[in-house]
Write a protein that binds this ligand. Structure first.
Ligand SMILES: Nc1ncnc2c1ncn2[C@@H]1O[C@H](COP(=O)(O)OP(=O)(O)O)[C@@H](O)[C@H]1O
Ligand SMILES: [Mg+2]
Length: 265
């Protein structure tokens, strides 16, 4: 569904935001693009959604060549930006219908499709409200509705739950999982929350300073961290030390004792 080769972006002033990214996303996958602030997540996503022209490299997105056929890409993808895009004053349902018509739907068809998407996202009944009269979680679900109303095969979500309370966050995760299960949607999302990546993604790509530094399922990546990390505990008293070491000698943990300095480290 997505395949890139040496994708890169250098901003004016020589800022190398993305430095040769190779990634692949299969149809039906939920892939998390994880990394700290400034790592290059949004820049990569803006290139893949045709909003930003790459400085180098190539990509195929939803069956279309990113550089040769950006319109073909745009027709088949949905994009929910980090900031969202609801009007604070217009009724969100009307905006959504307009959005559907911009993708070529007739008014009656647009109305029907909006009804369906609002049902999918538990937003029925809220369509007459302006964006400013919705809770954070409702607003984010409407942002999702904008990304989905034209029926894309591939959905891009840039930090979908940043700023939401834990309950709204878990609720949004449920919706994304269900959309994949029921509609066969492929989802590519960025996040800087490990917890979100773990809860939602089948597979993770970790980006730092514009390059992919790790890749795997959440479980694989967590295992990898386990074998790399040494944790040193300093415990006073021999019997307590022996007891703690004993309880650490499990399947995945290794407990070893070593006396430090005068034997009471
Ligand atoms: N329009 C721009 N002009 C110059 N530098 C930019 C621009 N957009 C992003 N950057 C820089 O590119 C790097 C990656 O940014 P971004 O892709 O937004 O990171 P992330 O989404 O992972 O937080 C950062 O150093 C950021 O300051
Ligand atoms: Mg970002």
């Amino acid at each position: 569904m997505i395949k890139t080769s040496s994708l890169s972006k250098t901003f004016p002033g020589g800022i190398e935001a993305v430095r040769g990214v190779d990634l692949a996303v299969e149809a039906g996958e939920i892939v998390g693009f994880l990394g700290p602030n400034g790592a290059g997540k949004t820049t990569t996503m803006r290139m893949l959604t045709t909003l930003l022209r790459p400085s180098g490299g190539t990509a195929t997105v939803a069956g279309h060549d990113l550089l040769a056929d950006p319109e073909g890409v745009r027709r088949r993808i949905g994009y929910v930006s980090q900031a969202g895009g609801l009007s604070p004053v217009n009724p969100v349902g009307e905006e959504l219908e307009l959005h559907a018509m911009l993708y070529g739907m007739r008014p009656a068809q647009a109305r029907e499709r909006v009804r369906e998407v609002l049902g999918d996202l538990a937003l029925t009944g809220l369509q007459t409200r302006p964006g400013g009269a919705l809770s954070g979680g409702q607003r984010r679900r409407f942002d999702l509705a904008f990304g989905l109303v034209h029926g894309p095969a591939l959905l891009f979500l840039d930090e979908p739950t940043t700023g939401l309370d834990p309950q709204s966050r878990a609720d949004l995760w449920d919706h994304v999982r269900r959309l994949r299960a029921e509609r066969g949607l492929t989802v590519f999302l960025t996040t800087h929350y490990l917890e979100e990546a773990d809860a939602l993604a089948d597979r993770l790509l970790i980006i730092d300073h514009g390059v992919i530094v790790a890749e795997g399922t959440p479980a694989e990546l967590k295992d990898g961290v386990g074998t790399l990390d040494d944790v040193f505990l300093s415990i006073t008293g021999r019997s307590l030390r022996e007891k703690t070491a004993g309880s650490l000698r499990g399947d995945s943990l290794r407990g070893e004792t070593a006396d430090v300095a005068n034997g009471e480290g």
